[in-house]
Design a protein around this ligand. Structure first.
Ligand code: FE2
Length: 295
């Protein structure tokens, strides 16, 4: 089988055919997909009925598995998945949808805000690889924004203004904006803000992109309201329809995206019905700023 790629959006997103992700990839396939993810930033694969192990093996072609410190309020003993994948479902350990007032459920609703995965540890995630195991009957589309095109479309004055800005990212900012404000002392330590550049340069092709995320809650050198207004303005700009691709999930779709060049969000869906999505996360290799964490 030969890999073929069809572009799904004028600016980004490639639909990949001619590959079976249950099988180990050849060296040549890895090279082709690596260059495709650099170029398209989001890759869509259909009809990939894979196991957790196969998904993880696919991810490891592109780097190491991310073992991020605390991206969740769920205690380890309550994890539904023990295979090394991130659980992005609405399910509890018993396989049933979590009660609507469950703390994990309330925390996970933050995924409906525009974000870049794992921008809250000092070394943020590189790729996310999401597999659809159970599709929700209502809603649940995932939307992606091309942050390179969004950066390119800024006026020169704004580009100069933001070039060297540093933001503070924390899960407490994104969840806090939805009114989720109660954390234990241990969680506060775990979710301590880290620093990220607002403008990133991609190592493969050198294009700049806006590194935005709902986890960003402050800009260094600005008052909190001033910084948040800037971040809101930029987010509004970056998520205009011309920069956005809407993915309507089919069972056994697998979508891979580059968190360094895109933001995404899931749209609201029927929480009484299951939605089982499993994510393999490929770790980044360096911090976006020299400092490791906000004091
Ligand atoms: Fe996400």
């Amino acid at each position: 089988m030969a890999i073929a790629i069809q572009q799904l959006h004028p600016g980004f997103v490639g639909e990949v055919s001619g590959i079976d992700l249950r099988q180990p990839l050849t060296k040549d396939e890895v090279v082709q997909l690596q260059s495709a993810i650099d170029r398209y930033a989001v890759l869509v694969f259909h009809d990939q009925d894979i196991t957790d192990e196969q998904q993880l093996a696919f991810a490891l072609n592109f780097g190491e598995r991310e073992k991020a410190r605390g991206g969740t309020v769920t205690k380890k003993e309550d994890y539904r998945l023990t295979t090394g994948l991130n659980d992005v479902s609405n399910l509890g350990k018993d396989g049933k949808p979590l009660p609507v007032d469950h703390r994990t459920h309330l925390f996970n609703l933050g995924n409906c805000l525009w974000h870049s995965d794992s921008s809250f540890p000092p070394i943020p995630a590189k790729y996310s690889i999401l597999s659809a195991r159970i599709i929700n009957p209502k809603g649940g589309n995932t939307e992606f924004a091309d942050m390179r095109a969004a950066y390119d479309a800024l006026d020169e004055e704004t580009k100069a203004e933001i070039e060297n800005l540093i933001c503070e990212h924390s899960l407490m900012y994104s969840r806090g904006s939805l009114g989720f404000l109660d954390y234990s002392e241990e969680e506060k330590r775990m979710f301590k803000p880290v620093l990220q550049r607002l403008v990133r340069t991609h190592p493969a092709h050198g294009r700049k992109s806006l590194y935005l995320s709902s986890h960003a809650g402050a800009v260094r050198g600005m008052s909190v309201p001033e910084g948040r207004l800037l971040l809101r303005d930029l987010t509004e700009h970056a998520t205009q329809p011309q920069f956005v691709y809407v993915h309507r999930w089919r069972l056994h779709d697998l979508v891979m995206w580059d968190n360094r060049q895109t933001m995404h969000r899931v749209r609201r869906y029927d929480q009484a019905q299951p939605r089982d999505m499993r994510r393999a996360t490929v770790a980044g290799t360096e911090p976006t700023v020299a400092q490791e964490a906000a004091e």
